[in-house]
Write a protein that binds this ligand. Structure first.
Ligand code: DSN
Length: 429
């Protein structure tokens, strides 16, 4: 192994082993998932779908793809699974293309309320090619169903997304269904963040209530980067041609040859998620998040915590991310509902427990980690974001340098390295 890349991979390994990965959309895959992902299946072109390919030599690839589809349907209780989307955003684009024409109205939770770019955010395909209408959360940070219903009646969407990326509560799919039925909309659940919690039985499944489901495979589901589009019995009843429409949206609509190594790795992850031990994992993810949230003075009903930093000062998200990174804790700066500053210089952070739980950490460890987080956050006091926009870039550069040199954070970094190294990272020897 002579490539410089392997040295860099080793460097990244050290970061993953000695740090605490708390970005809630990240996780560690198993050694078997890594093996499938790094396999010779990457060598093959297979445009098309099982038994209907544009290239020869796909007998084995067909078997792998059908196996992955069957596992997905069994695990989620769906009727059809397309396992080819390269990742979550293309899956959402393809799902939208399958049920909408350009210019149709699509509704989704606003990005600033914890939604996703592809659910109708500015500059995303979802608002460039479709008429996007966003619903939001209320003062309690929970979905405002009165607003959602009023917007649906007014704009008559063709499709309504129910899915979140920075929302710490459980979702009641029946409420979305009622509203979708009022206007005859497709109801599509994007369960990317919580698919592992759903198959683990910790969160309710949307299958009974929605027509389609999209999910990435690399978050709580603990698979490789990738995604799936699933069709429920309802979806088939709504449009018996939906399978073909989804496939057409994938290719020739959006993608080329499927990433067969990724499909195989998804199948391995789905096998793993079917085992009883995965249920225990999912339960622990949620228990850990609830404890961590409580320690940090907030609540979580899933795997993530959205923390407002307004008590620390003005626009403190970036500074908090920098301080925690210096201490060995990786989180991401995030907008909070009603964000007073901006998405790039937001007022909160988002953190979660899927990756730490994959290392075997439990409630006791969460209490310890919450202590470090609170200690590290004390170090950002006094570093309020400048009100003048032009001054912000330079200010953040200085803050990052200050945090790297901060003796308190250096001390925590050492403690965390020692602590984290005791918990094995799956896939890293
Ligand atoms: N980037 C993902 C997340 O972190 O939630 C969403 O696409």
């Amino acid at each position: 192994m002579s490539s410089k890349v392997f040295k860099l991979i080793d460097k990244e390994k050290v970061r993953q082993v000695t740090g605490l990965e708390m970005i809630p959309s990240e996780n560690y895959v198993s050694e078997d998932v890594l093996k499938a992902l790094g396999s010779i299946l990457t060598n093959k072109y297979s445009e098309g779908f099982p038994h209907a390919r544009y290239y020869g030599g796909n007998e084995v690839i067909d078997e792998i793809e059908i196996y992955a589809q069957d596992l997905a349907n069994k695990l989620f209780g769906t009727k059809f699974a397309c396992v080819q989307p390269y990742s979550g955003s293309p899956a959402n684009f393809a799902a939208t293309m399958a049920v909408c024409n350009p210019g149709d109205v699509v509704m989704g939770l606003a990005l600033s309320s914890g939604g996703h770019l592809t659910h109708g955010a500015n500059l995303s395909f979802s608002s460039i090619f479709y008429k996007a209408v966003n619903y939001t959360v209320g003062k309690d940070w929970q979905i405002n169903f009165a607003e959602l219903e009023a917007l649906a009646k007014k704009h008559k969407p063709k499709m309504i997304w129910v899915g979140t990326t920075a929302y710490p509560f459980k979702l009641d799919y029946s409420k979305f269904r009622k509203i979708a039925d009022l206007v005859g909309a497709w109801l599509v659940a994007d369960i990317s963040h919580i698919s592992g919690l759903i198959v683990g039985g910790v969160h309710p499944s949307p299958v009974k209530y929605v027509d389609l489901i999209t999910t990435t495979t690399h978050k709580t589901l603990r698979g490789p980067r990738g995604a799936m589009i699933l069709v429920t019995e309802r979806g088939y009843k709504k449009d018996p041609e939906i399978k073909g429409k989804i496939e057409k949206a994938i290719i020739p609509g959006l993608q080329g040859g499927p990433h067969n190594h990724q499909t195989a790795a998804i199948a391995v992850a789905l096998e793993e998620a079917s085992k009883p031990v995965f249920k225990k994992y999912a339960e622990q993810v949620a228990k850990n998040a609830a404890v961590l949230a409580k320690e940090l003075g907030t609540v979580s009903e899933n795997h993530l915590i959205l923390l407002s930093l307004n008590d620390y000062g003005f626009g403190m998200g970036y500074q908090a991310q920098a301080a925690l990174e210096a201490a060995g804790i990786t989180v991401n700066k995030n907008t909070i509902p009603g964000e007073p500053v901006s998405p790039f210089y937001p007022s909160g952070i988002r953190l979660g427990t899927p990756a730490l739980t994959s290392r075997g950490m439990k409630e006791k460890e969460m209490i310890k980690i919450a202590g470090w987080i609170k200690e590290a956050l004390e170090e950002i006091r006094g570093y309020d974001l400048p009100k003048e926009q032009e001054a912000r870039k330079e200010f953040i550069k200085k803050v990052k340098a200050k945090m790297k040199e901060n003796p308190k954070l250096k001390k925590i970094r050492k403690e965390i390295s020692k602590f984290a190294s005791k918990y094995p990272v799956p896939g890293i020897k």
